[in-house]
Unconditional design. Structure first.
Length: 424
């Protein structure tokens, strides 16, 4: 059988029926959860489409295993293969300590310009949640993936570079607010208009395509007025300038309120909701973190910067059971490139013990299938997981908190998934 690569033509993803997808097994528990993932995806595709569709998996080196074998944490051939095939999937990777590459995950995102970190958050029946009613949590986070402090522009204290930077701030820029200048380390937080707008643009398009009610810009613009404040301002500009009457922005609400009064603004907001327009609003990050616990139903699609997105994604995941069942993807909607990933770490303390939870990687694989529009196979995986959790069938990290929990080994959990897929 001939297998082909995905292509992007005229902004549209072209997906052959038989495709090759590269993958990185990952470190630690990656060696246990990746085989479960690939076999489950194969089973779902076979069940959904018979032999009419299939994936040929191509393993590529990266991480600790690659470093010990060939001295490279992220070989150029791996980068080129992911670039050439447009999409790929990876297990958890070790972050190197000391010199060399800062983070393999960050390097992949930056080199492929995967500017959206997409993190859907929802609750599965049967999974423990600290919330009284976790059914209200149903959000999708669009985290900007290439800017902010994750660019790694920083200098340690007592280094010549920190000294030069300090002198520049004091002598050239007239900065006097640094409390302990001589013992300070420094970092730079770049936030661009272009980077902010393409992130918000993707979030609004997603909300429109999925017919979701709102996009919330989460920021700390009250303190960082030109970086995070710029993100908020540019986000509203994107909504107002590019989406017309398909959206209603709270910046427009405030403008109308200041001219015609709050009652008129409120009336127009209610009309927009009735007409199913996407409401674009904003909230300060710390208020958002509180509000999501108190009123999670108020939020749908979240657009935010890199550091905020890191905090927000993990808190929301904890609200529905933890990052063990939290999927993630890194996407460039312009080029079509996407890398789907487990959102948790390598868990070396349990590696090789057959008790790792593959759920995060499996749900990320389901996201990948949705991305290539093989939705029937994706739904088979999600329904199989829902039935497993409802019946209390889960690995120990989840089953320990289930009233009817049955502690399954990784391999036994895979068998339970396979039975549920094949029984449809």
């Amino acid at each position: 059988m001939d297998y082909h690569k995905l292509k992007i033509e005229g902004g549209h993803l072209i997906v052959p029926d038989h495709i090759t997808i590269p993958y990185i097994t990952g470190d630690g528990i990656g060696g246990e959860i990746m085989p479960v993932c690939l076999q489950t995806v194969n089973a779902a595709i076979l069940k959904a489409y018979g032999n009419n569709r299939s994936i040929s998996w191509k393993e590529m080196p990266a991480g600790e295993k690659s470093f010990h074998k060939n001295g490279e944490w992220l070989p150029e051939t791996t980068l080129e293969t992911f670039k050439e095939h447009l999409i790929g999937i990876k297990g958890p990777l070790t972050t190197p300590v000391g010199g060399g590459i800062r983070s393999i995950n960050v390097a992949l995102r930056q080199k492929l310009d995967l500017y959206v970190c997409l993190r859907p958050v929802r609750w599965f029946k049967g999974v423990y949640s600290p919330l009284k009613d976790p059914r209200k949590v149903n959000m999708v986070v669009f985290r900007e993936n290439t800017e902010d402090i994750y660019t790694g522009i920083e200098w340690d204290k007592d280094t010549p570079e920190a000294g030069k930077f300090l002198n520049f701030l004091r002598d050239e820029m007239g900065v006097t607010q640094i409390r302990f200048p001589e013992s300070s380390a420094f970092g730079v937080k770049p936030v661009s208009e272009e980077g902010s707008k393409r992130l918000v643009r993707a979030a609004i398009r997603y909300a429109l395509d999925k017919q979701l009610p709102s996009v919330t810009l989460v920021h700390k613009g009250n303190i960082m007025k030109y970086t995070e404040g710029g993100f908020k301002r540019w986000g509203y500009e994107t909504a107002d300038d590019e989406f017309g009457d398909r959206v209603f922005t709270m910046s427009e609400y405030e403008k109308i309120g200041s001219i015609y009064g709050k009652e008129i603004a409120e009336q127009l907001l209610q009309e927009a909701k009735e007409e199913k327009k996407v409401i674009v609003k904003d909230v300060i990050t710390d208020a958002f973190l509180q509000n999501t616990l108190l009123r999670p139903e108020d939020y749908s699609v979240i657009a935010t910067l890199n550091l905020n997105g890191d905090y927000v994604s993990d808190q929301l995941a904890a609200m529905v059971g933890g990052i063990g069942i939290s999927p993630g993807a890194n996407i460039n909607y312009l080029t079509g490139h996407a890398v789907f990933e487990a959102t948790h770490g390598t868990a070396p303390d349990i590696a090789g013990e057959n008790r790792a939870n593959p759920s995060s990687l499996l749900l990320s694989a389901a996201m990948m299938l949705e991305y290539i529009r093989w939705n029937e196979a994706a739904e088979l995986i999600i329904r199989a997981m829902e039935r497993c959790f409802t019946e209390g069938n889960a690995t120990s990290d989840l089953s320990a908190f289930m009233p009817n929990g049955k502690n399954l080994a990784t391999s036994a959990f895979q068998l339970s998934l396979a039975e549920n897929i094949n029984s449809e």
